[in-house]
Design a binder for this molecule. Structure first.
Ligand code: 5AD
Ligand code: SF4
Length: 442
């Protein structure tokens, strides 16, 4: 009888893609996916440590598996991702959550089948964490979450050491794949029905082919030539590294989607400096101006942290004014959370929780108001939508994305059949803060 697995994924798209790779490995071993983690023979928890509450949630869920392990001793529980890259977490698991069978990290996911094999044949627990693996794993066979769009790593790790961020410690030094390897993977994906790729990296703008020295703009130009590929997206960009050459791709490469995620983190120069971001507000605004000049219909999203140590009311108001000046299509907002081992966690001028929350609420109010204003401009117009599948929120409707990454739920006559993977024209009839509604226009 075949064995079953479930993967619980926290955090960013890097983790999501690692989970796709782990699912591919398990299915190659004959495991079958089950929806219910408590019914599975094997569970992997792919963890995130960017914020403290992710931490707390993780230990909570880990605790819930204790009972299961008692009833079904053969059940295998694995922990991977960013949390075990921190030695204190591994110690904590060993001490207080001894029912975990396999622990591995972000640097050695390709080793998972071997660890699993060892655990099954010897019955012994397997712990394998490496700090920095210089090897880029190629030829993994992910089980993709979506049929028509795929996540593709172009860089791994991060060398930026923003003072609040744990990622450089959990994902290690930055390394780029080669243009050839990325292109080869994408050609295979396209042959398998993929229409849209999302190029992933903590800082895609610092991509540099280790052999040829080609940069991110060269990679985009190369991928733009892949026949059958319809859309290219990427995330995340870093304002200190984005180049004019890259920005020019928005007009020279027809497959490049008119959308960018450009985290600003804060609108105050003083705070940006303490965050070690290597740009100031003026530089950031000049990039926004260039992007809009080159690509007038570009949609822009961002990440913002409120309550960074030492942030004054004036600093925060600078963030509010920047948000209103840029008019983001959407933004991910975060309350600063000290991460052990990062410089900012040691700063003495931490902001009280109630002030952080009060600022957070004010920021979210502005962002949501602007998002809705932006979305209202779509009403009555018709857009190309690449259909991802049935809508998650609206029974019977379809869901897809515009070129600018706007989520569109829409209705279409049933006789049109399955629309997944097709690009259709949709007339927008209603705008909400986080999505658009429409009807098929053809
Ligand atoms: N506290 C709050 N937000 C953080 N981020 C990263 N580290 C922290 C932290 N310690 C946010 C940043 C980053 C996003 C992925 O997570 O905004 O861009
Ligand atoms: Fe973290 Fe900064 Fe690297 Fe982004 S660029 S992953 S925020 S250190």
């Amino acid at each position: 009888m075949s064995k079953s697995y479930h993967i619980i994924t926290y955090g960013c798209q890097m983790n999501e893609h690692d989970s796709e790779n782990l699912a591919g490995m398990l299915e190659a071993e004959g495991y079958e996916f089950v929806e219910d983690p408590y019914a599975a023979d094997l569970v992997i928890m792919n963890t995130c440590s960017v914020r403290e509450n992710a931490d707390k949630r993780f230990f909570g869920v880990l605790g819930q598996f204790k009972k299961l392990k008692k009833i079904r001793p053969d059940f295998i529980l694995c922990v991977c991702g960013c949390m075990p890259q921190q030695p204190r977490v591994v110690e904590e698991i060993k001490k207080s959550f001894a029912w975990v069978d396999i622990i591995f990290g972000t640097q050695n996911i390709a080793k998972f089948p071997e660890l699993l094999h060892q655990r099954v044949t010897t019955g012994k627990k397997q712990y394998s964490i490496i700090k920095d693996n210089p090897v880029v794993e190629e030829h993994l066979e992910p089980k993709r979450l979506y049929k028509h769009k795929a996540l593709v790593n172009i860089t791994y790790g991060c060398d930026n050491f923003c003072t609040y961020c744990i990622v450089p410690y959990t994902r290690g030094r930055e390394k780029s794949r080669t243009v050839k390897d990325v292109r080869c993977e994408i050609e295979k994906l396209v042959a398998d029905g993929v229409k849209e790729v999302m190029l992933l990296g903590q800082n895609v703008d610092s991509f540099k082919d280790p052999g040829t020295g080609e940069r991110f703009a060269d990679l985009i130009r190369s991928l733009n030539k892949v026949e059958g590929l319809e859309r290219i997206r990427f995330m995340t960009s870093h304002p200190k590294d984005i180049s004019d050459d890259m920005i020019s791709c928005f007009t020279s490469c027809d497959k490049l989607c008119h959308n960018i995620h450009l985290p600003v983190q804060c609108g105050s120069d003083r705070v940006l400096k303490r965050m070690n971001r290597h740009y100031d507000r003026a530089k950031y605004m000049s990039i926004i101006a260039k992007l809009r000049e080159e690509c007038p219909d570009i949609t822009i999203s961002t990440d913002i942290i409120v309550g960074f140590p030492g942030e004054t009311e004036e600093d925060f108001e600078q963030t509010l004014s920047l948000v209103n000046e840029v008019e983001y299509d959407s933004a991910f907002t975060f309350i600063y959370s000290p991460r052990e081992g990062t410089p900012a966690a040691r700063y003495e001028d931490q902001i009280p929780e109630e002030i952080k929350h009060e600022r957070f609420d004010r920021l979210v109010d502005d962002i949501n108001r602007i998002s809705l204003e932006k979305n209202l401009q779509y009403q009555g117009k018709t857009y190309d939508v690449l259909v991802e599948g049935r809508s998650k929120t609206d029974d019977g409707a379809w869901a897809g994305r515009t070129n600018g990454f706007k989520l569109v739920n829409f209705t279409a006559p049933e006789e049109m059949g399955k629309l997944d993977g097709k690009t259709v024209k949709v007339e927008i009839t209603e705008a909400k803060t986080f999505s658009l509604y429409g009807v098929i226009a053809e």
